[in-house]
Design a protein around this ligand. Structure first.
Ligand code: TXA
Ligand code: MG
Length: 312
């Protein structure tokens, strides 16, 4: 049984991390499965616990800019984005600093590091108390829906991790936007809308070709996979349970007022609930309303397409 740790016991969670244990913790995007990023055995346990098929690079989480500077070198554009969006739902892939104390498994032996300063107050407190960089992918079994509550983490990983730090429901609900390269390109859509980053840089940002990214679960065609089969861009409810967006008949609604921020925060929890509805209705399928392809809608559509993709 994973120990339940509340917001008054963050030092206990930090001590477990320092001892090489796995601790799930809240960020504003999704819950992360944390391990000491300087400890090879602890990081290897992440891959075993998630059943990750391959050793993909992991995002390294730090408490402040000083800790980030110790691990990576910032390009001027990356620094600009960091000033605009950190702490927050953004990851930057940057050149690893010579002698940075990160184990090779974290970076998959690349000479770059994916680094993030999360905004969630419990994540920040945990990182400060742990006193070292923390590697963390989303805290779900590989290929399954990302967790946005402590209960989701337990449902997937209960007996395989030391503890879960409970910080309630994640407010953003989508993984971080990943930028990398010089000039900066988009590696994964996420919690920071592309338009906001373009505004900060004062120029358009290209999406990197899929080949620019090491093959990673989040980039696989089928990911975030519920058990049910899913049909996207369905305007009105038919025979199958329907996940709505905006007004109209629906079994659950990502946002009745058509708000993309609210929809992002609801997405992963509602995919789980729709999966249960589809199983109960024995249709084994559900439909999803069209989501506009702007702002956070870009990342929501990306995750829905992966959830709906044929399984490998
Ligand atoms: O919101 C998030 O990003 C969550 C929370 C826990 O921080 N984490 C997360 O991690 O989504 P994960 O493991 O599901 O996705 C990590 C992504 C992968 O697509 C991986 O390829 C990319 O980050 N990545 C990490 N380091 C990289 C590197 N050095 N070069 C290129 N891509 C990298
Ligand atoms: Mg993930």
């Amino acid at each position: 049984m994973a120990r339940a740790i509340n917001r008054h016991q963050v030092e206990d969670a930090a001590a477990l991390l320092r001892a090489g244990e796995l601790v799930a913790f809240p960020t504003e995007t999704v819950y992360g499965l944390g391990a000491d990023a300087t400890n090879d055995k602890a990081v290897a346990a992440i891959f075993a616990t998630k059943n990750r098929p391959t050793f993909n690079p992991l995002i390294v989480h730090v408490a402040d800019m000083e800790a980030a500077e110790a691990l990576v070198t910032f390009t001027p554009e990356a620094r600009h984005l960091a000033q605009a969006f950190w702490p927050g739902p953004m990851t930057l892939v940057l050149p690893k600093r010579e002698g940075a104390p990160l184990c090779d498994l974290v970076t998959a032996s690349l000479d770059t590091v994916g680094i993030r300063l999360p905004a969630h107050p419990l994540a920040q407190e945990l990182l400060r108390k742990a006193g070292r960089p923390i590697a963390a992918p989303s805290a779900n079994p590989s290929g399954k829906i990302s967790p946005t509550t402590a209960a989701h983490v337990r449902a997937g990983l209960e007996n395989r991790i030391a503890a879960v730090l409970d910080g309630g429901a994640c407010t953003v609900g989508l993984e971080s936007t990943i930028f990398g390269g010089d000039p900066i390109t988009l590696l994964r859509p996420g919690g920071i809308p592309l338009e906001a980053a373009e505004k900060a840089l004062g120029r358009g940002i290209r999406s990197a070709k899929a080949t620019a990214l090491p093959t990673a679960p989040g980039q696989l065609a089928s990911h975030y996979a519920p058990e049910a089969s899913i049909t996207l861009d369905v305007q009105t409810r038919g025979d199958a349970p329907h996940l709505g967006f905006g007004p109209g008949e629906a079994d659950l609604n990502l946002s009745e007022r058509g708000d993309l921020v609210e929809a992002a925060a609801n997405l992963f929890a509602m995919l789980r609930d729709m999966d249960a509805l589809a199983a109960a209705a024995e249709t084994r399928k559900f439909t999803v309303a069209p989501i506009p392809d702007s702002g956070l809608g870009h990342a929501i559509r990306d995750r829905l397409q992966r959830a709906a993709a044929p399984r490998p």
